[in-house]
Design a protein around this ligand. Structure first.
Ligand SMILES: [Mg+2]
Length: 188
């Protein structure tokens, strides 16, 4: 099984995710981190998150912002993008993720988390067995406690890439073995 710390997918940003593909697979709820996922840390939306959320609503998704930040930060942002939200979420604890799914009326299997931090956003979703997409942080200038977490994050990312390469090689090996069996007329 995929370790909880590993994302299920990487993306350059929240704007570079194939949402249509998620929808086609039955995903209906999207949980978003805010700081450095949708806007620089503490910054208001510059219009891009508003545009993204209006597109997602039109596409049929329900959304919920999930932030460890305070109400004063989260509520105005949620108002601007017209989304449900959970503030002081205590990520990676499962409580906030469950509240978010309740608000959206979705299950773990029909929800995807999108966030920029491995040890909070990704790990919390991973522990619940939820799909999770790691995006690159928007602003490189971050608070010191986040900067310090980026060092072990790089190690996890390196391990994740190695895991993905091996899984891919294993899959290809399986395909090649199947092809050889077919060539030999189905004999093992
Ligand atoms: Mg963040």
């Amino acid at each position: 099984m995929r370790p909880a710390l590993f994302p299920t997918r990487l993306a350059d940003s929240a704007w570079d995710i194939p949402y249509e593909e998620l929808y086609a697979r039955g995903i209906r709820g999207l949980i978003f981190d805010i700081d450095n996922t949708l806007a620089p840390h503490g910054a208001p939306d510059d219009g891009r998150a508003e545009a993204l959320f209006s597109y997602l609503r039109a596409a049929g998704f329900r959304t919920c912002l999930l932030s460890n930040n305070r109400e004063e930060r989260v509520a105005p942002f949620a108002g601007r993008v017209e989304s449900a939200y959970v503030c002081r979420a205590g990520k990676p604890a499962g409580r906030g993720y469950r509240q978010a799914m309740e608000k959206m009326g979705t299950q773990t299997s029909s929800t995807v988390l999108i966030g920029d931090q491995i040890f909070t956003d990704i790990y919390g979703a991973g522990r619940l067995g939820m799909e999770r997409i790691l995006v690159k942080p928007i602003c490189p200038r971050e608070e010191i406690q986040i900067v310090l977490k980026r060092i072990p994050e790089r190690l996890v990312l390196w391990l994740y890439r190695r895991y993905s390469r091996r899984a891919e090689a294993g899959r290809r090996g399986g395909e090649n073995r199947r092809e050889r069996r077919i060539c030999r007329g189905g004999k093992k």
